[in-house]
Design a protein around this ligand. Structure first.
Ligand SMILES: [Zn+2]
Length: 45
């Protein structure tokens, strides 16, 4: 499941919430970035 984080207030919003309305429920911001539960590790070779 993809979660989004509000760029303005930093609140985590599920994609289901954004499916209905692409607006942050707490601050009304419209800029989000994707977050993931698993931390993607980048291997440094
Ligand atoms: Zn917000």
């Amino acid at each position: 499941m993809t979660n989004y984080k509000c760029f303005k207030c930093g609140k985590q919003i599920s994609n289901k919430t954004l499916e209905k309305r692409f607006v942050c429920p707490s601050c009304g911001g419209k800029v989000f970035y994707k977050t993931r539960k698993e931390i993607t590790k980048v291997k440094a070779v």
